[in-house]
Design a protein around this ligand. Structure first.
Ligand SMILES: Cc1ncc(COP(=O)(O)O)c(C=O)c1O
Length: 377
């Protein structure tokens, strides 16, 4: 069976974990966490990076830092993972869903302004598949209406909007290191803080609402409860694993990009012949080959195609069920406009297997099955 995704392993994860165990400091914010923070700060140019247990946790921290209150509205796409919305719903806010663009499948920046009301507090662009949203336009809207902009950059390590690393453009950016992501620690994430004034409070929220980070730096004699917060920091075991991955992140992304390009070059003719559409990237933006998807012409065919793949030993998947169509989305969210692109795309998208250790013969098999599926027609 060709799996849909497979975490890439570098042998160094084990030696770093052994070293962490030997040091006997295995709770959070130790040597390996600090190394990961420094790596992310250098690579993205953000003001401060903090490892978290997940991207979900990073989004929750961002919602607290943006001081989201009950009744506030937060604009986001509906074509996203539940955590994008949940982080704000947990603070009592209402997610307001805006349609996506038919090309990049990212939030349609031209439809954001009409969703803004007196209650709007933040915009959450999600860079789907590691492909950038139109950030200049989104940041300009944020500035015009004095709104926080929080990037859900779960899929984006190593991807750019023009010359800017994704996650380090808006007030806050949230990465995921879940096992399905290009760079992984099993579960894991990071909050990128791009405005210095939020760093101190972020460290407090991260450390259960205490000023323990200041205590560990020797700035105060004892630490106490000073704010709301939770246990958002991962252990040194997770950080040690992650550091080995981060150090090889360019290499991992390169391998993925080669496979992504191989798929693209071999499928472009199918697009020209009208069988399905291929991913569209924003001009001058570097993506990280997180996902290779095709958008079929007819929704009915996508299930048929996935079953055909399965029958022949290949795992291919659709993607997000739009949040506004889900039970919780209807209870907690709001739609102020038609979401026709979202509703149309989600039934037609099929993601092909892609992982850094994928062999040429595996990708060839995927392509030849796709060919057989269409030619049989
Ligand atoms: C867009 C998006 N946001 C957030 C998340 C949540 O990431 P995590 O599993 O690290 O909490 C995901 C997970 O796939 C995602 O795709």
């Amino acid at each position: 069976m060709i799996p849909f995704s497979k975490p890439y392993h570098i042998r160094k994860e084990i030696s770093y974990i052994k070293a962490a165990l030997k040091s006997r400091k295995i709770s959070g914010n130790g040597y390996y966490s600090k190394k990961c923070h420094a790596y992310l700060e250098k690579e993205t140019n953000c003001k401060k990076a903090l490892l978290t247990q997940s991207c979900t946790a990073a989004l929750e921290m961002a919602a607290i830092l943006a001081d989201i209150q009950p009744g506030d509205e937060v604009i986001m796409p509906s074509f996203t993972f539940v955590s994008t919305a949940n982080a704000f719903v947990l603070r009592g806010a209402v997610p307001v869903f805006v349609d996506i663009r038919p090309d990049t499948l990212n939030i349609d920046e031209t439809k954001i302004e009409r969703a803004i009301t007196k209650k709007t507090r933040a915009i959450v662009p999600v860079h789907y598949a590691g492909v950038a949203c139109e950030m200049d336009a989104i940041m300009a809207i944020g500035k015009k209406y004095n709104l926080f902009v929080i990037e859900d950059a779960a899929q984006c390590v190593g991807a750019y909007y023009r010359d800017k690393p994704l996650g380090a453009i808006a007030d806050f950016g949230c990465f995921s290191f879940h096992e399905t992501k290009n760079i992984t620690s099993g579960e894991g994430g990071a909050l990128l803080i791009n405005n210095e004034k939020f760093i101190e409070r972020a460290e407090i929220i991260w450390e259960k609402g205490t000023d323990r980070a200041r205590f560990f730096r020797g700035e105060i004699d004892k630490y106490t409860w000073v704010d709301i917060g939770s246990s958002y920091l991962p252990s040194e075991i997770t950080a040690a694993f992650l550091l080995a991955q981060l150090e090889k992140s360019r290499n991992i992304n390169e391998k993925r990009l080669k496979l992504w390009n191989y798929y693209y070059e071999n499928l472009i003719d199918y697009e020209r012949r009208g069988y399905f559409n291929l991913p569209v990237l924003l001009k001058d933006c570097r993506h990280n080959a997180h996902i290779f998807y095709i958008v079929l012409k007819e929704p009915a065919k996508s299930l048929e195609l996935m079953n055909f793949f399965k029958k022949n030993g290949v795992s291919a998947h659709s993607h997000y069920m739009p949040l506004h169509l889900s039970k919780a989305g209807q209870k907690y969210g709001k739609v102020n406009d038609k979401l026709s692109i979202t509703e149309d795309i989600y039934e037609r998208i099929v993601r092909l297997p892609l992982y850094a250790s994928m062999t040429k013969s595996e990708s060839k098999k995927v392509l030849s099955l796709l060919r057989n599926f269409y030619i049989k027609d």
